[in-house]
Design a protein around this ligand. Structure first.
Ligand code: PHE
Length: 461
């Protein structure tokens, strides 16, 4: 097509867009739940170490591939080494699967925004909140309609383009998200009894660090930073040659981790105050079942609930945009079709797959697609639980492993480091340790973790 390729208009815009991708449901919905499930402070500590020593170097590796080639995920690998084109393909596949459930969960978030806007009525009686949520997700039509709305908003932003769509939206949404989050943290910490929750997060009990904690922390770190599936390759490909990649990656990792920890500081004390420590073990249903119940018991709870779900919506939106964009860039560049066409070609099947999961939860209504029904004991959230495990425990670590091996051994850590240095324009003081991590440490850690999750048969069930 010979058109000039898109670029970010400013480095702040790029950092906010990438942070927008990184900050998502993972930070606000999954992270506090995992902190609860894996023993508080010990998990936070493991998480920070893993982000610094594995997540950050892998992010730099991905950025270097994107910036070097200025190509989409598949095109980038193809340009550097034809035999490795498949690694880009695996990334696209992973993104496809993630987007299929992300848009449905995005629809759920919209539903809750709506409920709070209209007064926050969830019904009364025992288990009212659980029942409300279970009723809602097992309805055949409503979750799908909301999923379409969520997807349509993503499509709208993507079609506008990289700089005037994604960058512009991120520059407004990310600061807004930050302010909303701080507001909830302040509310949470001023509740009587909140310090119990804070103590739980700050106390590090070494006995609670197990293999499971580490596996959980690694999967969470990759998912949360948006690494291991090529989003960062794509976003890196829009970065001008003059920018300092190390600085940008540092900012993205710090912002993402900060938001995750703030989200934990917002949610865990509130849960401690109202439900006690037992309230933490709810996994996926946490945001949709435990929290509304918790908010209802607070003075001003409807407002807190509204703020929380708007926050969750903004976070989900900027992440979903990055997922779709990475696939769209692949289609537009490799098949020379318009952004609109590419977006629709992808969004429709992604949504249909998601609709399949959603309908598989409607058996109460007589609609049951058994091939999507993985509900073997996973109650409440079968599709998320399984899809989440499939992508978090298998596809994403596999992607990260391939990217490391590629950069470390195929394209070569030296070449990648040269790109990171901007051909000598910037200093890359950590070149040696980075190269060691990408070549040896990160692949080793990922293989061990894959072995443990899959080998013990825990990875996919
Ligand atoms: N990083 C996002 C989150 O924390 C999720 C995401 C995954 C975004 C994959 C893009 C790609 O929720």
């Amino acid at each position: 097509m010979g058109e000039k390729r898109s670029q970010w208009a400013s480095n702040v815009g790029f950092i906010l867009a990438a942070a927008g991708s990184a900050v998502g449901l993972g930070n606000i919905w999954k992270f506090p739940g995992k902190v609860g499930a894996y023993g508080g402070g010990a998990f936070i500590l493991c998480y920070i170490i893993i982000v610094a020593f594995i997540g950050f170097p892998v992010m730099l590796a991905e950025l270097s591939i994107g910036r070097k080639t200025q190509k989409n995920l598949v095109g980038a690998f193809h340009q550097l080494n034809k035999k490795w084109t498949f690694a880009g393909g695996i990334g696209v596949l992973t993104l496809f699967v993630i987007m299929s459930y992300y848009c449905i969960v995005g629809g759920w978030v919209l539903k809750y925004v709506w409920v709070y806007l209209t007064g926050g009525h969830f019904g009364t009686g025992e288990n009212a909140y659980q029942n409300y949520f279970a009723e809602f997700i097992s309805e055949p039509i409503q979750p799908l309609v909301l999923g379409v709305v969520f997807m349509a908003i993503c499509i709208f932003v993507i079609v506008k383009g990289v700089s005037s769509g994604i960058e512009r939206v991120s520059k407004v949404l990310m600061p807004a998200l930050f302010i909303l989050l701080i507001a909830i943290v302040i509310r949470a910490l001023t509740l009587p009894g909140a310090m119990e929750g804070v103590k739980f997060m700050l106390e590090i009990d070494p006995a609670s660090i197990s293999g499971n904690t580490l596996v959980g922390a690694l999967g969470q770190a990759f998912f949360s930073l948006s690494v291991g599936m090529g989003i960062i390759v794509t976003y890196g490909s829009y970065v001008p040659k003059t920018e300092n990649l190390v600085k940008s990656a540092t900012w993205i990792c710090v912002l993402d981790t900060l938001v995750a920890i703030l989200a934990a500081f917002a949610i865990i004390p509130i849960v401690f105050v109202t439900l006690g420590a037992d309230g933490l073990g709810m996994g996926g249903g946490f945001a949709f079942m435990a929290l509304p119940e918790v908010f209802a018991s607070l003075p001003g709870g409807t407002i807190v609930g509204l703020v929380f779900f708007v926050l969750l919506f903004l976070a989900a939106l900027t992440s979903a945009i990055s997922i779709l964009e990475s696939c769209v860039a692949f289609l537009t560049e490799e098949f020379h079709i318009s952004r609109l066409k590419a977006t629709l070609i992808l969004a429709v099947p992604m949504f249909l797959l998601g609709a399949g999961y959603s309908l598989s939860q409607s058996d109460a209504r007589g609609i049951n697609l058994p091939w999507f029904d993985f509900s073997n004991g996973l109650q409440m959230l079968p599709m998320n639980a399984v899809m989440e495990k499939f992508t978090d425990n298998l596809m994403i670590p596999l992607g990260a492993l391939l990217f490391c091996l590629f950069v470390g051994w195929v394209w070569g850590a030296k070449n990648a480091a040269r790109e990171i240095e901007g051909d000598g324009a910037h200093k890359f003081a950590l070149k040696k340790p980075w190269s060691f991590i990408v070549r040896f440490l990160a692949p080793l850690v990922i293989v061990i973790i894959l072995y443990f999750t899959l080998g013990r048969g825990e990875g996919l069930s």
